[in-house]
Design a protein around this ligand. Sequence first.
Ligand code: TRP
Length: 451
Amino acid sequence: MKHTHPHPRATLGGKLSAVLVAAGSSVGLGNIWRFPYVAGDNGGGAFLVIYILCVLLLGLPLMLAEFTVGRASHRNAVGAFRALDPKWGLLGYIGVLSAFLILGFYLVVSGWTAEYMVHSLTGDLAHYSTAAEYEQIFTNFITNPWRPLLYTVIFALATHFIIALGVQKGIERSAKVLMPLLFVVLILLSIHSLLMPGSGEGLRFFFQPDFSKVTPSTLLVAMGQAFFSLSIGIGTMITYASYFKPETNLRHTALNVTILDTLVAVLAGVVIFPAVFSVGIEPSSGPSLVFITLPSIFNGMPLSMVWSTIFFLLLVVAALTSTISLHEVITVYLHEEWHMSRRAAAWATTLSTIVLGAAASLSMGVWSGWSICGMNLFDSLDFVTANIMLPVGALLTCLFVGWRLDREVLHAQMTNNGTLPFRIYRVFILLLRYFCPAVLLLVFLDNLGVF
Ligand code: TRP
């Protein structure tokens, strides 16, 4: 079964493609929108330290595990587990379902970023001055029944058309243009932020750890954020690795992606925290953080429109390469397992995520009366995916690769059939077999209140 493949598969082209495409998936709203508000809500500097530990000790081995499953099987997330062990197909389904749920709220936030970009460009965002006014506009916007919906749909269609172009022409080419653009913009904005008078307080909050603010839930949140930011736990990296070439060095790719992703999160903190403190907003103000602080800070400056357009362009670009990767997980699953044409599979994905996205968007305004465990649909999608589905998916993936997968397959993938050295292979195996599952399980059970 392992060797027959009913669908001809694309592979990525150039040497850098694997890194760029995987980094395109990882670097996203998770780094620039979610990371700063989660860090702000969990004590700043102390969170940063725990976060980096999670990335290195849990994220990196897991990314390698997903790369292995993807490239060893050359299939979609469900088909990949099934091809390696028929009993493990279910894990792939959890992944596809999670991708769908994440897209549901991710498209909504992506829509906000697109709307803010347009309004920065037209100058509409420059008419206000205080943070309170910006807060009001943000609330008015997200609770409006139509405007966010319109932008959610536009964003879903933009994702759709890139996916429809295929793996090489769509996914690979867009990553090659958009990722460098993102870095240039981010570095520009960081320099700008460092030169701002009074940036010290924000930087201190972000870089000076205060461990008295750490609770057991900080660990879960940091872990969830690390998985979310690296795109781990639901088969995105399995799907992308299924397009990697046999010569691609999986370890270098994973290390580079992890470094780039963490760098973007740290730079996003450098851009955002000085702004947060200088306009006097609570760093713990949640999902609205970047939408309120950044426009209010830009507004006091010369060329405010330009800066704010650039910032929201950055968010749009980051979001787009990530929505593409989430969309691809579902599209290629439908294509290969349900035998739909790629086109039909892409449309089915787009239309169903638009429906979920619309519901999530409306749940913040007209439908806010409906709640699931005290949260509206938007918040519960975010909570359930980042804090439950990603850690569970990650736990099962490391159990599978650490304990169930044929050791030879793992070794062959890590070393490209013995042609590359892998000096810390043993450490990697230890992390994957014992450390990662133990930590994941402990943090998870602790947060369910078992201890
Ligand atoms: N990593 C992306 C971000 O930081 C979002 C994302 C894309 C994702 N694919 C994923 C998150 C898979 C979890 C799992 O914005």
